[in-house]
Design a binder for this molecule. Sequence first.
Ligand code: ADP
Ligand code: ASP
Ligand code: MG
Length: 411
Amino acid sequence: MALIVQKFGGTSMGSIERIQHVARRAVATHNAGNQVVVVVSAMAGETNRLLALAGQVTKRPHDREIDVLLATGEQVSIALLALAIEELGCDARSFLGHQVQIRTDGVHGSARIRTIDATPVEETLQRGAIVVVAGFQGVDEEGDITTLGRGGSDLSAVAMAAALKADACEIYSDVDGIYTTDPNVCERARRIDRISGEEMLELASQGAKVLQARSVEFALKYKVAIHCRSSFHDGEGSWVLPEELNVEGAIVTGVAYDRNSAKLTVVDVPDVPGTVAALFQPLADAHINVDVIVQNISFEGRTDVTFTVPRNEADQAVALANAAGAVHGWGKLLCDKQVTKISVVGAGMRSQPGVALRMFAALGKAGINIQLISTSEIKISCVIEDKYTELAVRVLHDAFELEKPPSERGV
Ligand code: ADP
Ligand code: ASP
Ligand code: MG
C-alpha cells in the first residue's frame, strides 16, 4: 500500500463538476489500494475575489485579518470535496491547517512552515478514510491563522508529503506538466519529462507559476520528488527531481517571465558610503523584497540607483524611499509599473559562454529594449517593457530552439 499526496489547484476545483471529478480521481487512487491525502486550493478566482472585498473596506488592510479572510476559500473547498467523496461511497475527512497542525512563523501573508504534526492525518488514514487538507494555510504560535503566500497550496502538499514520508507527491493543474515556457503564451513550448530541482526552483522564482517557488525550495530541502500532472487527462506529466543536476543536459532549460515587478529609480543620490544601505533599510524593515539592483557610475559625487520590487508593494516602497530621502538627501523617485522581468534558465550555462549574448541579440533583433540586466550562475534576467512580454517569450524560446529535445539543438 502506497501513501499518495495529491494536490488540486483552483482551476481543478473551479466548479461543482470539477470538484466531483477530483473526488472521482481521489477515490480511484484509494480503491487501487493506496492511502490518499488530497490538498486543495480555493475555487478558481476565490482568493482574488476575497482580496477585492477587503479592498472595498480598507486601503490599508491588517495582515492578520486578511489571512482570516483568505483562509475561508480553502475551507469551502475541503468541505465540498469531502462531501463529494462521501457521495461516492468512500469515507473522507476534511482538515483545516490548524487541525493538521501545520505550524508556521507569524509572518502573515507569506508564513514559513516550521513543523507539522501529522498524527491526526495518520490516524484518519489508518481508519481507511481519504484525508482532505486545506492548502495555503497554517497556524502560528499565537494560534492565529496564517497563509503561505500566493500559490501556497503547492507548499502545503510538498510539506505534507515530507511529513508523512509519502511515496508520491502529485501536483495536478490545468497543464499536463512543466514546459520549456508557459504553454499558454508560447504554443511551441515543449513538455519536459524530468527537470532538476535546482532548475525548477530558478524557473519558479523567476515567475513560472506552475509551481510555487517555496514549494520547490522545500522539496529540495526534504528531498521530495514532485510529479506535475494534468487534472483533466492522463499522461506522463513531469518530474521535479531534487537530487539530480541538469537531467536533460540542456544549456538553457526554460524561459520564465514575471509580470509582478515594478521598477523604481532614485535620482541624484549622494555617492558616499552608507547611502544605499540607508535607502534599502526601510524597505527591508517593511519586508519588501528588492530584486534587480543597478547603480550608475558616479558623476560629480551624485549617482542614480534603480531596482525592482513586487508591483503590489511599489507604492509603499516609493513612500518609504521618499521619507528616507528627506533625511539622506537624494532626489526624486521614478516608479514604472509597466515592466516585466524575463529570464532564461539552465544549469548548462555554467559551462557554456555566449548565452547572455544570444539572449540580448534575440531581444534586440525583435526591437525589444533591455532596461536592466541581472545574472546568477544558472539564469540571466532582463527587465523589459511589459507590452513586449509575449513577444519576448516566443523570441527567446525560438532563439534557444527550446521546441526541440536538447540533443537536437544547435545551440
Ligand atoms: P493551480 O491553480 O492549479 O495551482 P497555476 O495556475 O498556479 O495552477 O499553474 C498552472 C499555470 O502555470 C498554467 O496554466 C500555465 O499558464 C502556467 N505556467 C507558467 N509557466 C509554466 C511552465 N513552464 N510550464 C507549465 N505551466 C506554466
Ligand atoms: N488560493 C491560494 C491562491 O490563490 C493558494 C493556491 O491557490 O495555491 O494563491
Ligand atoms: Mg498554483
